[in-house]
Design a protein around this ligand. Structure first.
Ligand code: ZN
Length: 335
């Protein structure tokens, strides 16, 4: 398989073009290191200014989507260092390894942070994941960035936390998106009600043939939330503008809170067993790895070596984990 000679994007990636040196169009149009560093610095300054402006509005300053993975753990550390009163919220999709639950308990206790565990109905989630295994749910463009099972799962998390933040009048939502997952320009964004309405519809439409609307209502925004546009918070992803990001740097930083890599997960996740199955399904359907765009960006920006990126993309999913997920999805009531 032909790969970009600078990053790791393969010839099977949609819309890719290589120049005479084998460098892809994404590498050729990427912003320079200097420009990234300026944008990173600007984001830090903007975050500090927004804290001064909005801190103290609700009983918490920030509600953090806390997966228990390394990056969202690092984001908790940053929010705490900025003196923000923090509520960490974890969604249990039924596939959190025991090691992740242990990590979560260690980290929130070490940092002195309130924590909420939300477990949506497993029969509902399992039905969504099974459908995503059968057919593409969100289209080819969404598939460039993530597996459909992950997009669906994150949809429950994103809109559930937004709903909670609006109800609690909290000015910030925190995420652990890494520099590979979002561009710097998206690291601090005010939620816009009209855009939220459109993106929520994009998630809900393919699910609407599976459930009556009432079954999904608790997890997403309702009209009464859209009626409070002043209470729409900012999304802040401090890992995306962290200085000198690398996976090693983050893992070293969170180890001090008793965080360790859980067993059973593949090398692209530090908190979810479903991930391995989602990757398997995605690769068979689209002929490229759902993490390759993210890993390519980390390689391009020097946060990961190209060899490490190639190794990750070639790695097989842990077979025992894939089997476990398949068995659990086949018997959604039990397992
Ligand atoms: Zn490239």
């Amino acid at each position: 398989m032909k790969l970009c000679t600078r990053c790791v994007l393969p010839e099977t990636f949609p819309g890719i073009r290589f120049d005479e040196h084998g460098v892809c169009n994404h590498c050729r149009t990427a912003p320079s290191d200097e420009r990234n560093e300026r944008a990173r610095h600007d984001a830090e300054g903007r975050f500090t200014a927004l804290i001064r402006e909005h801190q103290g509005r609700g009983c918490y300053d920030v509600v953090v989507g806390y997966s228990g993975g390394k990056d969202s753990t690092y984001s908790l550390k940053v929010f705490k260092e900025h003196g923000l009163r923090t509520l960490a919220v974890t969604y249990d999709n039924g596939f959190l390894p025991d090691g992740t639950l242990r990590n979560i308990r260690n980290v929130v206790e070490h940092l002195g942070i309130d924590h909420l565990l939300v477990k949506p109905r497993f029969d509902v989630l399992a039905k969504v994941f099974r459908r995503a295994a059968e057919k593409a749910l969100f289209g080819a463009k969404a598939a460039e960035r993530a597996a459909d099972m992950c997009t669906a799962c994150i949809g429950f998390v994103k809109f559930g936390i937004l709903r909670l933040a609006i109800e609690m009048e909290v000015p910030f939502i925190g995420y652990g998106w890494s520099p590979g997952q979002i561009p710097l320009s998206a690291s601090i964004v005010k939620n816009n009600p009209e855009i939220v309405r459109v993106t929520q519809r994009q998630i809900l439409e393919p699910l609407s043939e599976l459930f009556p609307a009432a079954d999904l209502r608790p997890y997403f925004l309702e009209e009464r939330h859209f009626a409070k546009p002043d209470m729409f918070p900012y999304n802040v992803s401090p890992v995306a503008f962290a200085p000198a990001y690398s996976e090693e740097m983050v893992i070293e930083a969170v180890a001090q809170y008793g965080w360790t890599r859980p067993e059973g997960v593949d090398s692209n996740s530090t908190n979810c067993l479903l991930n391995s199955y989602a990757i398997r399904v995605h690769k068979e359907r689209w002929q490229f790895h759902p993490y390759v765009f993210e890993v390519a960006k980390l390689v391009r920006e020097g946060s990961m070596s190209r060899d490490e990126g190639i190794r990750k993309m070639a790695e097989a999913e842990p077979e025992a984990t894939v089997k476990l997920v398949e068995a659990r999805l086949a018997s959604p009531g039990g397992g």
